[in-house]
Design a protein around this ligand. Structure first.
Ligand SMILES: Cc1cc2nc3c(=O)[nH]c(=O)nc-3n(C[C@H](O)[C@H](O)[C@H](O)COP(=O)(O)OP(=O)(O)OC[C@H]3O[C@@H](n4cnc5c(N)ncnc54)[C@H](O)[C@@H]3O)c2cc1C
Length: 455
């Protein structure tokens, strides 16, 4: 562990109860909750909101969190209602539509698609309204944990001035910048999964009709999968999640490469036939990682600061905000009820890990023939579709019969995997090899169309 740099004596220090690093959904949520409980909270954000961020599709279980934060109406004003999802596969030549209203618990029938610039700004302003001191354009550059406890963070503000905060507790909500995971060198690339993405926004894309117009569409294709997320202002977010090596093979500029990638997925290309690209195209490198721990005596990591797996189920914002809710209890216990702190830390750790593991199981198998077939099959034996929809809605943090049904789902997957053994084995072997090399396998063997039922 580092000691305070020599400038410690000359820099003025501000003392606070809680210092939150990062003003994304995780940081703004925990800052709002703790400020509301009367803590002296400072949130430092390196950018100035509103600012662009990827991650526009939310889950139904986000809505109770908005209500608790008091931002439900504001989010409804900027959001495009999303009642479900559509999966489209080139391999099974099938399309399957899902509605959240058919999940195990019917009380969470919709979510929203949002522009993250607007969404994150609402949450940040809410943190300030609840009493947190929000300082934008202030980047935390260093953290030390002195032996007497707490944390001391150095940051560079909008004028380039170096400032210092001494906090009883530090919350790392720095997203994929992973401030503390880098500091402790505990960030690990996901050994089972490697993905990169390329994305942009279109005007004039053809949406689904009626109530489904706000639904997310996911398309499997040779290099991975693509998303189609309709936003309330008429634009549509489109992205391709591919093997890092595929993105590295680019020989043209990013926009031309993006359009060529879309052309490789004909059902998506058809939806964009009359659309215009209206934003710069962005690419991200391999983003799947986990840190070996998410907490210490006077700090926790929430949201992407601890882990990010994959955007497949649109879980990022929901998990980030949920970890902030769980994390707020850890901070409160740590500050005021030290006897309860150990239990709170343990509950926080196990609930986050369990939720991430639940999603990871599906994400790692998404390109396998057996899982694709199950997703595209419209019958609902043993209420498996309801259980899967509950997972997709975000019902992972509370005790529920859904967990037992998901275990049955995994068993059926294994049995189906035996039926498509050759293709499944090739997919598994390729994925394992590719993950070792930092790449994902080529798309798994097509399943015979008759193995899946189209809707
Ligand atoms: C390609 C792709 C597509 C995605 N699609 C979806 C989706 O559809 N739905 C979904 O829910 N999720 C999606 N995600 C994931 C989602 O973007 C994240 O999970 C979510 O934003 C995590 O929130 P957070 O608050 O933890 O981090 P962020 O939202 O990243 O917020 C972190 C904040 O910390 C600030 N910061 C960083 N370092 C410092 C520092 N040193 N000092 C001060 N401030 C700092 C940053 O500026 C930022 O504002 C996607 C991710 C990727 C890569």
């Amino acid at each position: 562990m580092r000691t305070l740099p020599d400038t410690a004596d000359v820099l003025p220090e501000t003392c606070v109860d809680v210092l939150v690093v990062g003003g994304g959904p995780a940081g703004s949520t925990i800052a709002a909750l703790l400020a509301e409980r009367g803590e002296n909270v400072v949130l430092l954000e390196k950018d100035r909101h509103p600012r662009f961020h990827i991650g526009e599709s939310l889950l139904p279980f986000n809505l109770p969190l908005f209500e608790k934060l008091g931002v439900k109406e504001e989010i409804a004003r900027i959001g495009m209602p999303k009642y479900g999802a559509e999966f489209v596969s080139l391999y099974n030549r099938g399309t399957a539509g899902f509605e959240f209203a058919n999940a195990w618990d019917k009380g969470f029938p919709y979510a929203y698609q949002v522009r993250r610039s607007e969404f994150d700004h609402i949450l940040l302003k809410n943190a300030a309204a609840k009493g947190a001191t929000v300082i934008e354009e202030c980047r935390v550059t260093d953290v030390v944990f002195p032996p007497e406890g707490g944390a001391v963070a150095s940051a560079s503000d909008a004028t380039g001035q170096l400032r210092r905060w001494r906090a009883k507790f530090l919350v790392d909500a720095s997203g994929r910048d992973t401030l503390l995971a880098n500091h402790f060198q505990i960030k690990q690339r996901n050994p089972k999964h490697a993905s990169a993405a390329i994305f942009g926004h279109f005007a004039g894309a053809r949406r689904l009709s009626g109530k489904a117009q706000g639904n997310i569409s996911l398309f499997w294709f040779d290099h991975g999968w693509c998303w189609f997320i309709p936003l309330a202002d008429g634009t549509t977010s489109v992205g391709a999640v591919c093997r890092p090596a595929y993105l590295k093979s680019r020989k043209t500029d990013l926009a031309a490469f993006f359009m060529a990638t879309i052309a490789l997925c004909p059902p998506l290309a058809e939806r964009l036939k009359h659309a215009q690209l209206v934003s710069p195209v962005t690419g991200t490198g391999n983003y799947s990682y986990r840190s070996t721990r998410m907490m210490g005596k006077s700090y926790i990591m929430v949201g992407d600061a601890y882990s990010f797996i994959d955007p497949m189920f649109s879980t990022g914002v929901y998990v980030a905000m949920s970890s902030a809710f769980l994390g707020a209890d850890v901070v409160s216990a740590s500050l005021h009820e030290p006897k309860k702190a150990a239990r709170a830390f343990k509950a926080f750790d196990s609930r986050i890990r369990r939720a991430l593991d639940a999603y990871s199981w599906y994400i790692y198998r998404m390109n396998t023939p057996a899982l694709r077939t199950m997703l595209l099959t419209t019958t609902n034996p043993f209420r498996l579709e309801e259980a899967l929809l509950s997972l997709m809605a975000g019902d992972v943090f509370r005790p529920s019969p859904v967990h037992a049904q998901l275990a049955v789902f995994r068993l059926v997957y294994l049995l189906l995997g035996l039926r498509t053994l050759k293709a499944s084995f090739r997919a598994w072997r390729a994925r394992k090899g590719a993950a070792r090399l930092g790449d994902l396998p080529p798309a798994a063997e097509p399943v015979a169309p008759e193995a899946a039922t189209s809707t």
